[in-house]
Design a binder for this molecule. Structure first.
Ligand code: ES4
Ligand code: ZN
Length: 322
């Protein structure tokens, strides 16, 4: 049976995680950056992950190839072109400015390239996209605050803030101040929680950071009272099934809690996370789920609808999609 491409919003994708090995090689050659190999397939063969950290180590290393405004433009455009083919009509895209700052790349270069790509993609592909600035939790709360302050001149170029990178040992409580400031600035707030960390990370993200969505949140299912809170408040969970299998948050796709989460009435969406590393874009994630769990038309339609409901589009624009 062929699998239909559903029009969706993608709410959990790291632009740095869309760097395919072909573009990685192109940028490495363009910028004279050394790689372990210049064969895209051989580089992909090195992607064998045992947990989140084993992925992050390679992911951060590869980002040394991003140097110029044109590099960030090419990265953004490549994702938006592929996402458009995957049925994505709206993308809320994470980026990690601290990684690039540490590599000596000014914010102006990062925003310049990404924002230009988003504008061109809207004009040529008809795709609506915005940026969400993520803080790297392993660098702590003070560094996050400094990053937000440095990004103030670019406030019109991102719609919200998020929290990503290594989860366990870096709880949401470290970031209350910077999220309070983001709230005061009128920014949206999301956080990775309950990917490798337990349900308490999800509770803290809700209670201390005031997040509007939880990224991943799969381990919330272990806490019945928390599930009730998420269900009653219809807090969206941006779930990434292929990512969870690749990073062994879940032993195999057949054991993924997504069908159970849907069944109890949680506002679940399907997303790609880092598609260049985890074996697929949002259409691939949806197709894998449909195949594995024999999801019916109603369940697929619910997932597609949920993605727009959970988006930060203005209500009138949301309604055009659902
Ligand atoms: C990430 Cl899968 C995942 N989890 C946490 N942080 C991340 N950054 C990029 N991908
Ligand atoms: Zn993520």
């Amino acid at each position: 049976m062929t699998v239909a491409t559903w029009p969706v919003a993608e709410l959990h994708v790291h632009i740095e995680g869309t760097l395919e090995t072909e573009l990685l090689v192109t940028l490495a050659r363009r910028n004279n950056v050394e790689l372990p190999s210049y064969d895209p397939a051989a580089l992909r063969d090195l992607y064998r992950f045992t947990d989140l950290q084993s992925f992050l180590d390679i992911y951060y290393e590869n980002l040394a190839v991003l140097r110029t405004e044109a590099d960030f433009y090419d990265l953004g455009m490549a994702y938006l072109t592929r996402a458009s083919a995957a049925g994505v009509r709206r993308a809320e895209i994470f980026f990690d400015p601290q990684t690039h700052l540490a590599n000596g790349i000014p914010l102006d270069v990062v925003f310049g390239g990404l924002t230009r790509a988003l504008g061109d993609a809207r004009a040529t592909l008809g795709i609506s996209a915005d940026l969400i600035l993520c803080f790297l939790r392993h660098l702590g709360g003070r560094a996050a605050m400094e990053t937000l302050e440095a990004a103030l001149p670019y406030l019109d170029q991102f719609i919200g803030v998020g929290l990503d990178s290594a989860e366990v040992g870096f709880p949401p409580s470290l970031f209350t101040e910077v999220f309070a400031k983001a709230t005061a600035l009128g920014l949206h707030r999301v956080a990775h929680a309950g990917e490798e960390g337990g349900p308490d990370y999800v509770r803290e993200a809700l209670d201390l950071l005031g997040v509007e969505r939880i990224d991943h949140g799969i381990r919330a299912i272990e806490d019945h009272d928390l599930v009730e809170i998420l269900r009653k408040r219809q807090i969206p969970l941006t779930v990434c099934p292929l990512s969870n299998v690749c990073l062994r948050a879940i032993p195999m796709l057949g054991l993924h809690p997504l069908p159970a989460m849907l069944a109890v009435g949680l506002l679940v969406t399907v997303n790609s996370d880092d598609p260049a590393y985890f074996g697929g874009y949002v259409d691939d994630n949806l197709a894998a789920l449909q195949r594995e769990f024999s999801l019916d038309h109603h369940q697929m339609a619910t997932l597609a609808r949920n993605s727009f409901v959970a988006s930060f589009l203005p209500e009138d624009e949301k309604r055009r999609h659902i």
